[in-house]
Unconditional design. Structure first.
Length: 360
């Protein structure tokens, strides 16, 4: 096991800045997920750690030693790719032992490592097959096995589940976490899928445009996003955002946007210095309470679209031309085109500065 550290790492191609002074500490044995949209720099970060590319600036440190000048083969890192990268002419066993033969390990040691990895991954019966005879999930297990047998200091995963269907992705997420718990090796996992990030990572680094927007546990990132980008990237359906201002009326505080007025509780007195300033309010869909009502009045909304997800329902509605989505437990009520009362869980709202988009 090993710790890993990036100190003000940048990567540029000509005038195109891919990474901008990234600093990151990964603890010994931690499972860290880099998540973000395409082009944010997460895969480039992984390739820099692996030594497949050189940083334009900054230091990459493994076990307290700078490895910038070390070849990939000398960093003791194993990388699992999206496309499996298996040798088609070799059997599963030959694929798994190939890297060990290059390192000139003894045959007995190679056999022990391959059998141990095959047992962990439950692919003992596949060792004689070739990649073309395997399913996508089986090929991914072989790719994992090839990494496991090396017993590296750090595992790197570059969107390894992207080519699998939804059911297999879910199964492999569980398997990879089991492997991490069993081996206790430091793992860095790249994905654009927020569900993978939230369910797998001990911590998550949310990346955007070459920087880390927020680095924290999944729970903290979801409940206390530091900016609008993080709040919108994590969570399905996406957080509801409304621009308005904080005002004081009759000794009470409100968020006001046109005809929408949301009263504040005592908990939000901390925002006093932002009174009469433009802000963005964020409220997650599960923090909107929907109650059926038979009458239409100015305080009610009409549900204009319903997504039935089985155990849950997403209800789409507008208030004063502001679009909202609420997420509720499934119900026998027919909400579509009916009027409903809405309430907000005030203690769960988020307030962001309108200009900087940072959480207040």
């Amino acid at each position: 096991m090993s710790s890993l550290k990036l100190e003000e790492v940048s990567k540029s191609y000509g005038e195109n800045d891919i990474l901008k002074d990234i600093s990151l500490d990964v603890d010994d044995g931690e499972f860290l997920v880099l998540v973000g949209p395409s082009g944010c720099g997460k895969s480039t970060t992984l390739r820099l750690i692996a030594g497949l590319e050189e940083p334009s600036k900054g230091s990459i440190i493994i076990d307290k030693k700078i490895v910038n000048e070390k070849d990939p083969s000398d960093r003791d890192i194993a990388m699992v790719f999206q496309n499996y990268a298996l040798y088609p002419q070799m059997t599963v066993k030959e694929n798994m032992e190939f890297g060990l033969k290059i390192r000139k390990l003894e045959k007995n040691e190679i056999d022990l490592r391959v059998l141990e990895a095959a047992r962990i991954l439950k692919i003992e019966n596949l060792l004689g097959r070739k990649p073309k005879e395997l399913s996508g999930g089986q090929r991914q297990r072989v790719a994992l096995g090839r990494a496991i047998v090396r017993k590296p200091k750090v595992f790197l995963f570059d969107e390894p589940l992207s080519n699998l269907d939804a059911k297999l992705r879910q199964e492999m997420r569980v398997e990879i976490k089991k492997i991490h718990n069993l081996l206790g090796t430091t793992m860095i996992y790249v994905t654009h899928d927020q569900t993978e990030a939230m369910t797998m990572g001990d911590r998550i680094a949310v990346m955007n445009d070459g920087i880390i927007e927020q680095l924290d546990t999944p729970t903290t990132i979801y409940n206390k996003p530091q900016n609008i980008f993080t709040s919108t990237f994590v969570g399905t359906p996406q957080i509801n955002l409304v621009n308005g201002e904080l005002v004081e009326k009759n000794d009470n505080w409100y968020f006001i946007s046109n005809n929408l007025e949301i009263p504040f509780s005592e908990k939000h007195r901390q925002f006093s210095r932002f009174l009469n300033k433009k802000v963005t309010l964020g409220i997650r869909p599960e923090d909107i309470i929907i109650e059926m009502d038979s009458e239409s009045n100015n305080s009610n909304v009409k549900i204009n679209f319903v997504e039935n997800l089985g155990s849950e329902m997403n209800l789409h509605f507008s208030f004063d031309d502001i679009k909202f989505v609420a997420k509720i437990n499934n119900s026998e009520n027919n909400f579509l085109n009916h009027f409903c009362k809405i309430k907000f869980k005030i203690n769960n709202i988020h307030i962001f500065d309108l200009k900087s988009e940072e959480a207040l």
